[in-house]
Write a protein that binds this ligand. Structure first.
Ligand SMILES: Cc1ncc(COP(=O)(O)O)c(C=O)c1O
Length: 388
């Protein structure tokens, strides 16, 4: 008899941990887990050291350091034209992951339906299960990951409470277009649904593409919880400084759950994140970040193509999906295991991000938030494997 509560019995080890272990064991270049393997910017590290030295070492307020909440509100104004009240509309959390969990716990009752796009970031479904929510899935299909209006509309009904959206989207690299967001806004308004939008890759977009925030779309200011974090934008995924921005009532939903999940996160790191947000625009940081990732994306796309593989170019995020249907493997797990153990390059099998049986089986996800040296080595190994 297991001592584990039923609610966690179905949760195995995450695919990231499993592939990272395999990658380490076989000394593979790890293009699996999505964390930068290069140094974080000096100005944000210095700000963290200074905050600790300045004795910002005790509990942050439950809703977050005031300076960070102000910096987030100002950024929302600069980037999306939104007027945000830092005291009533911002909640700082332990990473975007906690913000997502708190939003779901604060908004979803047992039996409520929640619309999700698959493939999905892996924490959404377990968070929903904790709340007793019922997932209704919309499957995004390669190569363009488009949305069919009728198919999406058919998922909405009187039990629908929330739709969870991630744009730019991990793992597909899709950036939801303005028209797609307008469709989602219309459906949310007509069916009185709240949108929880995970925007952690908001500053990583390519080819002149623009990220649009659903919060700024007509009719959505009162029914959107926008979630982001410092991790991807400032290459400090280990800091776990995230936040939500939403109208006061929705912020209350997030905050009430958050106060009994973690209460608050690391105060000096919140202060350092505030410093980074205050400076980023005037220093052209976001453009630099976009340019850096565009070069890494283009490099990996070329390396994959040179090895005779078929990448699906992403418009945002630091992931690229590859179509593996012509490579003769049984599925994505077999392919990613082989690639890690025999070729020396680790990737993630995306079937872990699908509920639908068979979803993602002919795809593999590669992360390019890695040093040039790592990407070069991966390219060399892939070419050698393919004999080119
Ligand atoms: C779509 C998405 N949301 C959230 C996260 C996690 O964000 P955080 O580290 O801020 O919790 C990730 C990390 O990979 C992600 O890809």
């Amino acid at each position: 008899m297991t001592r584990l509560a039923r609610r966690v019995q179905g949760f195995g080890t995450t695919i990231f941990a499993e592939m990272t272990m395999l990658a380490n064991e076989h000394k593979a270049v790890n293009l699996g887990q999505g964390f930068p393997d290069f140094a974080a910017p000096e100005f944000i590290k210095e700000a963290a050291r200074e905050s600790i030295a300045a004795e910002i070492n005790q509990y942050a307020p439950g809703s977050g350091q005031p300076r960070l909440r102000r910096a987030i509100a100002q950024k929302m104004h600069r980037h999306y034209g939104l007027v945000v009240d830092p005291d009533r509309e911002v909640t700082v959390t332990v990473g975007a992951t906690e913000a997502i969990f708190a939003a779901i716990m604060g908004l979803v009752d047992a039996g409520d339906e929640v619309i999700l796009f698959e493939p999905y970031y892996d924490s959404y479904l377990p968070s929903l299960q904790f709340a007793g929510g019922v997932p209704r899935l919309y499957t995004l299909r390669p190569p363009d990951w488009g949305i069919d209006e009728e198919e999406l509309e058919a998922l909405f009904n009187e039990r629908t409470k929330v739709i969870i959206l991630n744009t730019p989207h991990n793992p597909t690299g899709k950036v939801f277009s303005e028209d797609e967001l307008a469709l989602i806004a219309r459906l949310c308004t007509e069916h009185d649904v709240v949108a929880v939008v995970d925007e952690v890759y908001e500053h990583i977009v390519f080819d002149g593409e623009r990220h649009h925030s659903l919060l700024a779309m007509p009719g959505m200011r009162e029914r959107t919880v926008s979630i982001s974090s410092a991790g991807k934008t400032f290459s400090v995924t280990g800091w776990k400084v995230g936040w939500s921005v939403a109208a006061p009532e929705l912020s209350q939903a997030v905050f009430r759950a958050h106060q009994f999940i973690t209460y608050s996160g690391a105060a000096p790191l919140q202060e350092a994140a505030a410093h980074a947000l205050e400076l980023a625009d005037e220093q052209g940081y976001y453009e630099e970040l976009g340019t850096m990732y565009q070069a890494k994306r283009d490099y990996l796309l070329q390396a994959l193509r040179e090895a005779g593989l078929q990448p699906i170019p992403p418009k945002g995020t630091y992931f690229v999906m590859v179509d593996i249907s012509e490579l003769g493997f049984d599925d994505d797990v077999a392919f990613c295991r082989y690639l890690t153990t025999d070729v020396g390059v680790a990737a993630i099998p995306p079937s872990a991000f699908y509920t639908t049986t068979g979803g993602g089986q002919m795809l593999a996800r590669f992360a390019f938030c890695k040093t040039e040296a790592a990407l070069e080595q991966a390219g060399r190994r892939l070419r050698r494997w393919r004999g080119v």
